[in-house]
Design a protein around this ligand. Structure first.
Ligand code: 3HC
Length: 676
């Protein structure tokens, strides 16, 4: 786990723990022994610490957080490094994250490659840097920069770190080790960050917290980070570290951190496809075709263009093609205007785009994604046409959000090459892609679908074929109950408030308005079967019409609508329902627990490979609050027996087709979780 090599009078200590050199017990023990040995060895004048393979270190071993502590503690080792009477230099390449960066902060000097990533991402795991990071970083870079780095968790580059004074010298990756050894040889005394003291106006902290109140919202970790950084200003190192440790211990045991760590591992588990050999050969994807230049087609294209993959986008009419191309350019330019993209990058992306009306041009694409509207006949027609055009081995994907990939594939002579790639709106922003595995989808097609999704920066999850796959299928019982609750006496505001209060990005009716109330509408103003039909019949199609379940002003700010109240009352009268007071608890059970119930069905039917995949779908695709871990983890935390009891209490009201999942009932009875 640790290798050492003496270069004349400089000892090189190498951390070896693939794939990310996590600072697990083995590495810590090795580091501890190597430092102690170096201090005792007169032949050693200076020490260099580096990581093997592609990075310095990805930080503490996160899997150890849920186990009892053993071996030497990381803070103690880092204190020993700082206390060393011989100069210690950290040589950083690849990444130095979390505890990894804290090792470097305890070192007396830091040399990094310009592109290395240095960061303290602990906050994203619901904890704070617990090995001196909150105490040493502000001493080096100042309170304001430290507040940004620690509460955002976003890494900075070696070059940026050099500007901030976090890194002393930059060096090319090829010569890093020899440069650092030579540099270490020139040093004659340690230089301890912990000895420095810093000052800051206390108002800086209150202002920072107030400025970020919305971002931090219900999160415990960012506030604890601020408190710890405050201690760095107010106290000497050891007292500050004690404070940091206490906050760390409190957070690591808390529900938010457990949930966030669950999501971290869930995201990585989702990448694994059951029953697929690890060495499955991927198909090359160097050119992509997209059919449909609407909102989805345009957004999907942008992902590939941004990743440097050429896209041919096909439309039926010149006007639609031009409009779609224009929107892509405008989206890029808006990002550039915010300073997040250079003008050259915009042109580079746009140059990779080939808009055309000629379907036949798709013949040299390796992957073709259909992104036209939801209509089985239209999709079948397109796939039959693709079958006659696409080159052998090309992958044919549909972006359908509900329809059967098997039925779509059945019109081709190559169902093994067909899969679903379900992106979420806005497709250039949302991270989730459901990779839908049809009954005949070939293993290498599925594996390539997962791989290409990751290459364009997405978080892919495998889903089986069913109406709505994982995410949208769970919306069905939620919407059924949300609609029924309106008729029984709740208001859209009350239901949405329960959802946003829980931490959802938006509630069911806000989502209806954003997506378009008219989605899936039969377009017959005289046929009114649902509330949504009634709204559409009155032109209330959602935000785009400034009227849906809410009225919207020019800035898209919603207010409750008396028209909607009237529509609901009419419905109520027709159905002979007397309005009653609806409790928030009932809303929670009928709109959240029914989703958990549907998730359990998705699991028992094998539509999702594992419960945690469902959590990834909801946290990355639907704005489910990450710090609750996703619907399945959340239900496990509540206890499935409690969930089942509550569902049974409302069983007669859950709506047509909503029956309790046998898997949920069984796990609840056994006292076992859904995620295992
Ligand atoms: N501990 C344990 N396992 C880790 C780990 C860590 N810190 N970092 C990564 N892994 C595991 C992953 O789970 C994955 O395992 P798998 O192959 O079994 O699924 C494997 O290492 C490879 O990880 P990735 O697929 O994420 O590899 P990438 O190359 O895509 O990304 C990375 C590398 C950016 C380092 C990314 O793994 C990452 O963000 N890791 C977590 C970084 C982090 O949050 N560090 C802080 C830890 S907490 C801490 O240090 C506390 C301290 O203050 C006391």
């Amino acid at each position: 786990m640790i290798e050492t090599q003496l270069h004349d009078d400089v000892l090189e200590i190498v951390m070896i723990n693939p794939p990310v050199n996590a600072l697990g017990e083995g590495v810590r023990t090795g580091l501890d022994e190597a430092i102690t040995g170096a201090l005792e060895d007169d032949a050693v004048k200076a020490i260099v610490i580096r990581g093997s393979g592609r990075l310095f270190s990805g930080g503490a071993d996160i899997t150890e957080f849920s186990k009892p502590p053993s071996g030497p503690s990381l803070p103690a080792i880092i204190d020993a490094i700082e206390a060393s009477s011989k100069p210690v230099v950290a040589a950083i390449h690849g990444m130095a994250l979390g505890g990894g960066l804290e090792v470097a902060l305890g070192s007396h000097y830091r040399v990094a490659t310009p592109k290395a990533k240095l960061g303290l991402p602990e906050v994203t795991l619901g904890i704070l840097p617990g090995a001196g990071g909150t105490q040493r970083l502000p001493r080096l870079v100042g309170v304001e920069a430290a507040l940004d780095i620690i509460t955002s968790g976003t890494p900075i580059t070696g070059a940026e770190a050099a500007e901030l004074g976090l890194v002393d010298k930059l060096s090319a990756e090829e010569t890093l080790v020899e440069d650092v050894i030579a540099f270490a040889r020139t040093l004659d005394a340690p230089r301890r960050t912990g000895d420095r003291s810093i000052s800051a106006d206390p108002a800086v902290f209150t202002k920072f917290e107030a400025d970020n109140a919305r971002r931090f919202k219900d999160l415990e970790a960012p506030r604890a980070c601020i408190e710890a950084i405050k201690a760095a200003v107010e106290m000497p190192l050891d007292a500050g570290q004690e404070k940091e440790r206490a906050l760390f211990m409190q957070l690591v045991k808390g529900d938010q951190s457990k949930a966030l760590r669950h999501v971290f591992f869930a995201e990585r588990a989702a990448a694994k496809i059951d029953g697929l050999p690890k060495d499955t050969q991927l198909r090359p994807v160097t050119k992509v075709g997209v059919i449909g230049a609407g909102t989805m087609g345009g957004g999907i294209s942008m992902n590939f263009l941004s990743a440097g993959i050429p896209v041919t986008i096909v439309e039926m009419a010149q006007e639609a093609l031009d409009r779609g191309t224009d929107i892509i350019r405008k989206n890029y330019e808006a990002t550039a205007a915010k300073g997040r993209l250079t003008a050259e990058a915009v042109e580079r992306a746009m140059n990779l785009l080939s808009p055309t009306l000629d379907f036949d041009v798709l013949k040299d694409c390796d992957l073709i994604i259909e992104a036209v509207y939801e209509n089985m006949d239209v999709k079948k027609e397109i796939f039959a046409r693709l079958d006659s055009i696409a080159k052998p081995g090309a992958m044919l994907a549909s972006n359908t959000s509900f329809l059967s990939i098997d039925e779509i594939a059945s019109v081709t002579k190559r169902p093994q090459d067909v899969l679903g790639l379900h992106f979420f709106s806005p497709a250039n922003v949302m991270k989730l892609v459901e990779v839908v595995r049809g009954a005949k989808t070939a293993p290498d097609v599925l594996a390539t679908g997962m791989d290409i999704a990751r290459k364009i920066g997405k978080v892919p999850v495998v889903a089986g074929v069913c109406y709505g796959f994982i995410g949208n299928r769970m919306l069905i019982p939620r919407q059924t109950n949300a609609n029924a609750l309106l008729l029984e006496g709740a208001t859209p505001e009350q239901i949405d408030r329960v959802h946003t209060g829980f931490g959802m990005a938006m509630g069911p009716f806000q989502m209806n308005d954003l997506a378009g109330v008219d989605i899936g509408w039969h377009r017959d103003a005289n046929r009114i079967e649902t509330l949504q039909d009634a709204l559409c019949a009155e032109g209330r199609w959602g935000q785009k019409k400034q009227a849906g379940f809410y009225d919207y002003d020019d800035k898209r700010r919603p207010t409750p609508s008396p028209v909607v109240d009237r529509i609901i009352e009419d419905f109520r009268a027709q159905a002979g329902i007397t309005s009653r007071t609806i409790s928030d608890e009932e809303i929670t059970v009928r709109t959240f627990y029914t989703m958990v119930n549907e998730g359990a069905k998705i699991l028992e039917e094998g539509i999702a490979q594992r419960a945690s995949d469902i959590d990834v779908v909801w946290t990355y695709g639907y704005g489910w609050p990450r710090h609750t871990g996703g619907p399945m983890f959340w239900a496990d935390q509540i206890g499935l027996a409690t969930v089942v009891d509550a569902l049974k209490r409302y069983e007669d009201r859950l709506g047509e087709g909503v029956t309790l999942s046998p898997l949920l009932l069984a796990r609840a009875a056994e006292g076992k979780p859904l995620d295992r």
